[in-house]
Design a protein around this ligand. Structure first.
Ligand SMILES: Nc1ncnc2c1ncn2[C@@H]1O[C@H](COP(=O)(O)OP(=O)(O)OP(=O)(O)O)[C@@H](O)[C@H]1O
Ligand SMILES: [Mg+2]
Length: 287
């Protein structure tokens, strides 16, 4: 397994620079300013995060709100500089965003271009990659069909609902040929039916393409339905990976299946343990 290692994170630490409101501006829009973590000078958001992600793995991140999941994904995406430690893809330290990584942000408002139509938003990256017009059309049409936005292709983002904007992002990530998909609660804002369709499509795409998927969710059922490995964060501040759980069950998985239910229960227990262990040092006592 170790020879397939794609992403290697070692002793990663991150502290936001809150000295100036302009710092981390891009991400500040993502959070409630009142919730921004202040007042504990010696605390980090992420402290000593270490984990490996293998090529082709479907890797889920779970943890309490505010523990640093988006922060970690933003570092891997290359949008945020770490304070300390190392984050490598195929042995190379990440310093900036790259075409090898397609990102679905938690907040769609930040990610889609308000001056471009739905169609053009999805097409944009392909144009940059100089994909030929005819091929581009096919890829964009397919991606829009998949997320159920074909009829809205000529609308501008201001004319879309929150869930539709999120689907634009998802279509764009599906259309891109990036080897790594970084998805921060991609299905959080969707209705149950669309969510189920896209979960199944994502599994299909993953199985067909062998992409590596990093996926944050708050939904335990979704975690066990999709993931091969689940990393659970300890509580804020100074979060690290408290526990990893392998989901060694064949796809497609069914919620009613006994093994699925048992694993979901385990994940639930471990999540509670990780969150509550914090006051006692946040270490994994069950390993
Ligand atoms: N730009 C920023 N400047 C300062 N602090 C920030 C910034 N962005 C996030 N934080 C703080 O870092 C911590 C982790 O935030 P992050 O968004 O990574 O959490 P999360 O685990 O993704 O939470 P959620 O589940 O609610 O999305 C929080 O305390 C948050 O207030
Ligand atoms: Mg988040």
């Amino acid at each position: 397994m170790s020879e397939d290692k794609l992403i290697e994170i070692k002793n990663l630490r991150l502290k936001y620079d809150t000295s100036s409101p302009k710092k981390n501006l891009f991400f500040s829009k993502n959070v409630n300013p009142d919730a921004i973590f202040k007042g504990q000078e010696d605390s980090y958001v992420l402290d000593d995060v270490s984990l490996d992600i293998n090529k082709g793995e479907f890797h889920i991140f779970l943890g309490a709100s505010g523990c640093g999941k988006s922060t970690l994904l933003n570092i891997i995406a290359g949008f945020l500089q770490k304070t300390d430690g190392s984050v490598k893809i195929e042995g190379n330290e990440i310093t900036k965003p790259g075409r090898d990584r397609g990102v679905v942000f938690q907040n769609a408002e930040l990610a889609i271009y308000p001056w471009l139509t739905v169609y053009k938003n999805v097409e944009f990256g392909l144009k940059l990659q100089k994909v030929k017009k005819e091929e581009r059309k096919k890829i964009v049409d397919d991606a829009l069909e998949l997320v159920g936005l074909s009829e809205h292709r000529n609308k501008y983002p201001s004319e879309l609902s929150g869930g539709m904007k999120q689907r634009v992002q998802i279509a764009r990530s599906i259309a891109s040929d990036s080897e790594i998909l970084i998805m921060d609660e991609p299905f959080g804002a969707l209705d149950a039916q669309t969510r189920k369709t896209l979960q199944d499509e994502l599994i299909r795409i993953w199985q067909q393409t062998g992409k590596t998927i990093l996926f944050v969710t708050h939904d335990l059922q979704e975690a066990v339905y999709l993931g091969q490995k689940i990393s659970i964060f300890s509580a804020a501040p100074n979060a690290h990976i408290a526990k990893q759980i392998e989901v060694d069950l064949p796809y497609p998985r069914r919620a009613g299946d006994g093994k699925v239910a048992m694993l979901t229960n385990d994940v639930h227990m471990e999540l509670n343990k990780a969150i509550n262990a914090h006051g006692e040092g946040g270490v994994d006592k069950s390993a």
